[in-house]
Every structure is written in C-alpha cells, then in structure tokens.
Design a protein around this ligand. Structure first.
Ligand SMILES: [Zn+2]
Length: 83
C-alpha cells in the first residue's frame, strides 16, 4: 500500500580546520613540541595526527608538525591515544 520513502542519508561531514597552511601564513615561526595547544590543533580527539588534506598544511610544514607531535607524545605533552 504505502511504502515509506527511504530516509535521506545524513552525511555528517565535520570540517576540522580551514584549509590553509597556518605555518606558511607566517604567524608561527618555529614549532615547539612543548606547545600543547598548538599540537592539539593538529591531532584529533583520539590523538591521531590530522592528515594534510584535512589540515591544509603544505608538505613541508606537515612534516614538521608530524615530527613535533611525535616529540610531544614522547615528552608527554599530548596523549598517544585517548581512551
Ligand atoms: Zn606551509
């Protein structure tokens, strides 16, 4: 008789950051691995590093960020994973 229309798929797309290399814009000169707030802006809630295509970083700075994040983990500034 009556068929229910299938629900439209709600595609939740979270945009984390604007696509722009923040480091290229010149505000940050050096990346400090002790700067937790900075590093946290480049990791997800679960502690994963945000990929370049999401963060919008250029290759050079993404590499620098990745290194800083790894260092920061070692130093205990940011968590390895959030449980
Ligand atoms: Zn850059």
């Amino acid at each position: 008789m009556s068929t229910k229309p299938s629900k439209p798929r709600g595609f939740m797309f979270k945009r984390i950051k604007k696509k722009r290399c923040r480091l290229c814009s010149g505000k940050t000169e050096g990346i400090d691995f002790k700067d937790a707030d900075f590093l946290k802006s480049y990791i997800t809630e679960r502690g994963k590093i945000i990929p370049r295509r999401v963060s919008g970083n250029c290759a050079k700075h993404q590499r620098t960020v990745t290194k800083a994040v790894k260092k920061g983990r070692e130093a205990g500034v940011i968590p390895f994973t959030a449980e």
